[in-house]
Every structure is written in structure tokens, then in C-alpha cells.
Design a protein around this ligand. Structure first.
Ligand SMILES: [Zn+2]
Length: 290
């Protein structure tokens, strides 16, 4: 079962969230029929978005991450909610590049190395908050770390991992986000950075059955305090009403044309692929309201 754990270390100078999200990325892989390189890039973006949401959101807030690189996957978009659900889509799911020089999935090749990572937060205020930073790596985790450091001035370390099986299913997926709190000293930060650099490979650890708690102990030390444990899920909250609201904003002429030409309308959710049909009568009702 997928879940995340939030914890703080004994000095209270570092907090971290770790997640195992193998089922979550499997659902995304199946919903969008992603191929290996796209699965890794998409999965990492989904997990990064989930971790950022878990670190920053409360109540009904949501945030959307858009990773727009110059690689073959095109734009990757993910939306996370405060309830630890995440959903997303990508421009081209059918990307399977040869393994890179290290024998790993070529995420950088799929995402590209030029472009932007932008984060839009809907915090229930009138204007949503948007921050963006250039892509610095294309491997995704480093891009989240850079965004947090530069755009939000939060010194962080982000780790994201997706292991893709030869049959395209997801063998393991997960990640962590570590943040230094005010009061963390430079020697403490150096010590924890060294510990993270020397961690065994994340995807392999999750594949072997390591839990979020195990990962947190490696990062924060054994003497940590668990703050929260919660399930996580790939979930799309779309419904017919939301699509109806969008169609209703079309002009009278456009709606008339839908009735005369197509005898109805069909909307497809980009996030989950669900289809919603609108009959001639339903479209006529929208026109009557104008
Ligand atoms: Zn949907």
C-alpha cells in the first residue's frame, strides 16, 4: 500500500517527508499508457508534486507543477491536493529512449535540459501564487530542489525514484523531501547532505521493500519523531458538472454548431481519460440560459 510519512529529527532542525508510491505511479502509467522514459519522467514529477503538496498545502488548497522542457515528452503537468492525492498528464506519453551511459532510464533525454519548472498554488486567495525557475538538470529531482532554493528560498533536498520493469509496469516508485528549518547550523546541514549523498539507490531500496519510515531513518537518523502517516493516491476529481461549466462559457454560435454538426458534445478529461457526453438537449439548455 502507498503511503507517506512526515517526521522531524531530534534537533528539530530538519523535517522530512518520505513516500512509497509504486501503486500510484502504476495507475498513472496505465491511465496514460506511458513508455519507459516517459513513465520515469512523469512518475518523478507526480511524486515531486505530491511531496511539495504534502509539505506546503492545507485544507482545500492545491498546487500545479508544470515541467516544460525541450525533450520529446513535451510538457508534463501534475496537480497535487492537500489530501495527498495527485493527478497529471503529459504531452507525449510514448517516449522510450535507449538507456543512458550509466545504464539508467534517460529521464533527462525525455524531459530535456532547457525549459522551465513552474509551480502555481491556489491557496484560496484571489490571485494564485506562481513561481518558476529554469530547468537545471532535466532529471526532475534536482529541478525541484533548485526551484525550492531559488523561488521559495527553502534549502531542501529532493529525491525521486521510479523503477520501470521490462513489461512497462512500475516495479518501484517513491521519494523524499528534506527541509532545513530556521536554526539549522552549517555543520548540521553539511552532515545531513553527506548522509544523503551516500544513501543507497532509492529505487532499489523501495523495490526491496523499504518503507517510508526506513527511508526517513536513513535521512534523519534513528532518533526521529514521526508527525503524520497517511495514504497517498493517484486520483482525479473530475465530474460532468465541471466540464459542463467549461462548455457553458462557449459562445452561442459555437454551441449551436455543436448541436447542428455533431448532435452533441464530448469532453475528455486530460488527467484520467474519462469521457463525458453532452446531449443536444443539454447544449440547448446552456444556450437558453445565455
Ligand atoms: Zn478526470
Amino acid at each position: 500500500m502507498d503511503y507517506l510519512v512526515k517526521a522531524i529529527d531530534h534537533t528539530k532542525h530538519f523535517r522530512a517527508i518520505a513516500v512509497v508510491a509504486t501503486d500510484l505511479v502504476n495507475t498513472a502509467q496505465q491511465d496514460h499508457d506511458t513508455w519507459s522514459s516517459a513513465s520515469a519522467a512523469f512518475g518523478r514529477t507526480l511524486i515531486g508534486t505530491l511531496l511539495l503538496s504534502a509539505a506546503e498545502l492545507t485544507k482545500d488548497e492545491e498546487l500545479t507543477v508544470r515541467l516544460q522542457g525541450d525533450g520529446p515528452t513535451g510538457a508534463i503537468v501534475a496537480t497535487g491536493q492537500a489530501d495527498y492525492t495527485v493527478k497529471g498528464y503529459l504531452q507525449n506519453p510514448h517516449v522510450a529512449l535507449p538507456l543512458n551511459e550509466k545504464g539508467k532510464i534517460d529521464v533527462k533525454g525525455a524531459v530535456g535540459t532547457k525549459g522551465m519548472l513552474s509551480v502555481t498554488k491556489d491557496l484560496g486567495l484571489k490571485e494564485p501564487f506562481t513561481g518558476q525557475t529554469p530547468i537545471v538538470s532535466g532529471e526532475v529531482a534536482e529541478d525541484f530542489t533548485y526551484y525550492l532554493a531559488v523561488s521559495e528560498q527553502i534549502p531542501s533536498s529532493v529525491g525521486l525514484a521510479v523503477l520501470v520493469e521490462p513489461n512497462n509496469s512500475i516495479g518501484a516508485a517513491g521519494g523524499f523531501i528534506l527541509q532545513a528549518m530556521p536554526g539549522a547550523t552549517d555543520p548540521e546541514i553539511t552532515a545531513i547532505e553527506t548522509r544523503i549523498k551516500n544513501l543507497p539507490q532509492l529505487s532499489q531500496q523501495i523495490f526491496e521493500g523499504k518503507t517510508p519510515e526506513d527511508l526517513l531513518k536513513q535521512i534523519l537518523g534513528n532518533d526521529l519523531k514521526i508527525l503524520e502517516t497517511s495514504p497517498v493516491k493517484y486520483y482525479c476529481d473530475c465530474n460532468k458538472e465541471k466540464f459542463g461549466d467549461i462548455i457553458e462559457t462557449l459562445s452561442r454560435a459555437d454551441l449551436m454548431e455543436m448541436i447542428e454538426k455533431d448532435h452533441g458534445a464530448e469532453a475528455v478529461c486530460k488527467f484520467c481519460g474519462k469521457k463525458y457526453e453532452f446531449s443536444e438537449a443539454e447544449l440547448q439548455e446552456m444556450i437558453n440560459k445565455k
